[in-house]
Design a protein around this ligand. Structure first.
Ligand SMILES: *Cc1c(COP(=O)(O)O)cnc(C)c1O
Length: 385
């Protein structure tokens, strides 16, 4: 039997060992971590909905009505009225003809890519795409072509040369470690000219960008039959799950062929009901997006002039580039000693020499919370040797 002790030691030696910290109670700006109240800038709960009373109440009501488990795959008997309602709500929310609900974003990405392309086809993937898109592209059996980040010219060259039967271009809409946006209008136009589909993973734009938070495609005013949107519902929407939305025939095909949809138990109906409640709040509470904009401006102003560079980002993902791994880790550690939790992100997750603090803002932060973070970083800069 293989003994993993040495493998673990090797991970440790390369500073790649991860540890988990136990959070007691609900998500929010202040977390109870190991018995200590900690100010968190590390969640993807961008709108502050993960513990919203109306959403919790919708889930509890649905638990009374449906019980807990879905008991079967959606294609057998697991597709409840709550799931059906949510799919209609998601289609209406995104302005797409039809939506299909998955248990999570990882499963949606793997299932959707595998349903659309296979041997003889080609997937064109932005270099900074999320791990689940990379895995989906690797698993599907199609040829995989990686293009440089947001590089339309290079993508055009490989698309023009490709002899593949079907072509699928895949990208994050908001890149999770940089907070920058994909050029969706240009990508959609390019894909249209080269008879390719465009699959957009809007995990970090859904709920945050666009009118009423309708997502990155709405923000870029992009809508076309060859454009497919995947959104996740455990981040800004504050619940769990994911969806794919697009042309009606295409979504029907995905429902028939996506293996992660067909061969997985439907998620609990109460999650679908809670998500429907969340969509209504996302559309209604414009103040949550306004708060995010205000906090991002406060952060940029407060960190100007420090030795670390805040990347330009109009999203709640606000990366502070430190450079070397040890420096980023030391800075995160120092904040942690002051009960402020900001994760240090190091290579290989990000390119060498760009180790950073990934500050994520949420509408549940107050200006006082952000001022506390700014103060701690200013102090750390003054104490640099
Ligand atoms: C988080 C994330 C996913 C995975 O979604 P889950 O619902 O958490 O499985 C997929 N794509 C991107 C870009 C993400 O950030």
């Amino acid at each position: 039997m293989h003994d993993f002790t040495q493998d673990l030691a090797a991970l440790g030696a390369s500073s790649l060992l991860r540890t988990r910290r136990v959070v007691a109670g609900a998500q929010g700006p202040l977390l109870d971590v190991d018995g200590r109240t900690t100010l968190s800038f590390c969640s993807n709960d961008y709108l502050g909905l993960a513990n919203h009373p109306e959403i919790v109440a919708a889930g509890v009501r649905a638990a009374d009505e449906y019980g807990m488990g879905a008991a079967a795959s959606a294609l057998i008997s697991g597709h409840s009225m709550a799931h059906e309602t949510l799919e209609h709500d998601l289609a209406a929310f995104t302005g797409m003809p039809r939506a299909l609900y998955f248990s999570c974003g990882y499963m949606a990405n793997i299932g959707v890519i595998g349903a659309l392309v296979g041997a003889g086809d080609a997937v064109f993937l932005d270099r900074l795409s999320h791990a689940s898109l990379i895995d989906g592209a690797r698993l599907c059996g199609a040829q995989l072509r990686i293009f440089p980040h947001n590089n339309i010219e290079r993508l055009e060259q490989v698309l023009a040369r490709s002899k593949a039967r079907r072509k699928l271009v895949v990208t994050d809409a908001v890149f999770s470690m940089d907070g920058d946006l994909a050029p969706l209008a240009e990508l959609a136009e390019l894909c249209g000219r080269h008879d390719a589909w465009l699959l957009v993973d809007d995990a970090h734009g859904f709920g945050v960008l666009g009118p009423q938070g309708r997502g990155s495609l709405a923000h870029a005013a992009v809508s076309a039959p060859h454009v497919i949107c995947i959104g996740t519902l455990g981040k800004a929407a504050g619940v769990a799950g994911a969806f794919v939305a697009g042309d009606g025939g295409l979504i029907e095909w995905i429902m028939q062929r996506a293996r992660t949809y067909m061969f997985s138990t439907a998620s609990p109906p109460l999650l679908a009901a809670a998500t429907s409640a969340s969509l209504a709040i996302i559309a209604r509470d414009q103040w949550r997006r306004a708060r995010l904009t205000q906090l991002a401006a406060q952060l940029a102003q407060g960190l100007a002039g420090l030795p670390w560079q805040l990347l330009p980002s109009m999203t709640p993902i606000q990366p502070l580039i430190v450079g070397d791994n040890a420096g980023a880790r030391a800075l995160a550690q120092r904040l942690r000693e002051q009960a402020i939790w900001v994760p240090a992100i190091c290579p290989p997750t990000v390119p060498k020499g760009t180790a950073r603090l990934r500050i994520s803002l949420s509408a549940h932060h107050t200006p006082e919370h952000v001022a506390q973070l700014i103060g701690a970083l200013q102090q750390a800069a003054e104490d640099l040797p």
